[in-house]
Design a protein around this ligand. Structure first.
Ligand SMILES: Nc1ncnc2c1ncn2[C@@H]1O[C@H](COP(=O)(O)OP(=O)(O)OP(=O)(O)O)[C@@H](O)[C@H]1O
Ligand SMILES: [Mg+2]
Length: 171
């Protein structure tokens, strides 16, 4: 059974910091799916993850480019994918994602992949990935409820390591 871990951050800096702590623990083959409405903080978290991985270039939203690629300090390639603009329907989004090579990125054991709006190409997601949902908190504009769910062994180990060093609650 998958256990959700929840953290509430109270500022963009705290979300960034959670990303840093996660990024420091990432290894090749890890896929992370980020979900949340516009302005939820997906890019803020992705920037923290990249910082934790020691990516020196600034990370920007791949909204128009669809895929941005970086190299981490340890030399691991990092792909940042945004599925938001793919296709009008789920079927079309999956076809387009396959056309631009997202399937290969997700299957590449050498890569770390951050994927935004991955729910649009749910059938292409691997069996092992860490799912992260960011949700605004009512009446608290600077708060975000961040729910982390591990699917598969590699992601479970990753989340366990993060939980042991962070104040995360299980639900
Ligand atoms: N706790 C928080 N964590 C993250 N961002 C926060 C928080 N509180 C406020 N914010 C603000 O919310 C916005 C988050 O923007 P960000 O670009 O990261 O969202 P996004 O999910 O990537 O949106 P989009 O889908 O439009 O790309 C920023 O302006 C940030 O300052
Ligand atoms: Mg963004």
């Amino acid at each position: 059974m998958n256990v959700d871990h929840v953290i509430v951050t109270t500022s963009p800096a705290e979300t960034h910091d959670l990303g840093v702590r996660l990024g420091r623990r990432l290894g090749p083959g890890q896929v992370i799916a980020l979900h949340g409405d516009l302005g939820a903080g997906k890019t803020a978290l992705a920037q923290g993850i990249a910082a934790g991985l020691g990516v020196s270039e600034p990370i920007t939203s791949p909204t128009f480019t669809l895929i941005n690629q970086y190299r981490t300090a340890a030399g691991i390639p990092l792909a940042h994918v945004d599925c938001y603009r793919l296709g009008e329907s789920r079927a079309e989004a999956q076809r387009e994602a396959a056309t631009i090579g997202v399937e290969e990125l997700l299957a590449d054991e050498e890569l770390i992949v951050l994927i935004e709006w991955g729910e649009l190409i749910a059938d292409l997601l691997p069996t092992d990935y860490l799912d992260i949902v960011l949700v605004p908190v009512e009446d608290a504009p600077e708060h975000r409820r961040i729910v982390l769910t591990a699917h598969g062994g590699q992601s479970q180990q990753l989340l366990q390591a993060l939980v042991e060093h962070t104040k995360l609650s299980s639900v």
